[in-house]
Design a protein around this ligand. Structure first.
Ligand SMILES: [Zn+2]
Length: 252
């Protein structure tokens, strides 16, 4: 194979790997943002659950007060009932007593409902808190993995820079200029494998003469359509050859 072509293929591999590492590094702030949003959502669930518990507690305290007020009225009317002089007064007091009793019953029913609700709310708070604990643990683990990957990607980029410099130093300047120009124009992908008469990246059929030349891998040729530099990967010998005949008997 043409030495420059071989270097270009290696160069493309390095560039593609470096590109992927840079993209992942660039995506880190967004990833971190998503992790923080997950934590924040879990924190808000806990805060909302706590708020509902507090509202329930305040409501029960208010009902306690209401029931005390009604019981006070009830005792007052019962005392007054002892001292009534007329039938009319008696009926009026009885009416007040019945009203206070109904009110107390209503408040006690509401209280029972709130107490049952309190159990559900306490369970919901506990579940939100354990969800938050789980999310915190998961996010911490992801951050740890992320920072290990960060270190690894930085190291990869440094290694690639060194390898790339060595490759570039050995390349023909015009060939390198072509590679760089196509790479800039084609999103960092300047090389394309030709297979079955087709440029495998832009999928355009190559002129037979071009493809036949590419098969030899001995010159720098570009796809007429996408301008990428073409190369051919020979089919491995094991796959290309038919099952061989049994070995001949050694000469005696
Ligand atoms: Zn092409």
């Amino acid at each position: 194979m043409n030495a420059d072509l071989e270097r270009l293929i290696a160069l493309q591999k390095l560039d593609t790997t470096a590109d992927a590492a840079r993209k992942r590094l660039a995506a880190e702030p967004e990833h971190e943002h998503a992790l923080e949003a997950r934590l924040e959502a879990a924190r808000q669930h806990v805060a909302a659950a706590k708020e509902r518990v507090a509202v329930n507690k305040n409501t029960r305290a208010a009902l306690d007060k209401d029931v005390a007020v009604q019981q006070g009225r009830l005792s007052k009317f019962r005392e007054q009932g002892m001292a009534v002089k007329t039938n009319q007064e008696f009926h009026a007091i009885q009416h007040e007593i019945a009203f206070a009793q109904t009110e107390i019953k209503k408040i006690e029913d509401a209280m029972l409902e709130r107490m049952m609700e309190a159990d559900d709310l306490a369970a919901a708070l506990k579940s939100a808190e354990s969800q938050l604990a789980a999310e915190t643990k998961a996010v911490e683990a992801e951050r740890k993995t992320g920072s290990a990957a960060h270190v690894e990607m930085q190291a990869t980029l440094e290694r690639i820079a060194v390898e790339r410099a060595a490759l570039v130093a050995g390349l023909n300047k015009d060939v390198l200029a072509t590679f760089e120009a196509v790479s800039r124009k084609r999103n960092g992908v300047a090389m394309s494998e030709a297979r079955g008469g087709i440029c495998t990246i832009c999928h355009v059929r190559l002129r037979p003469q071009v493809f036949n030349t590419v098969l030899r891998n001995d010159s720098i040729l570009q796809c007429d359509h996408c301008n990428r530099i073409l190369y051919y990967v020979p089919i491995p010998a094991s796959a290309a050859t038919a099952p061989s005949d049994p070995p001949a008997h050694p000469a005696s």
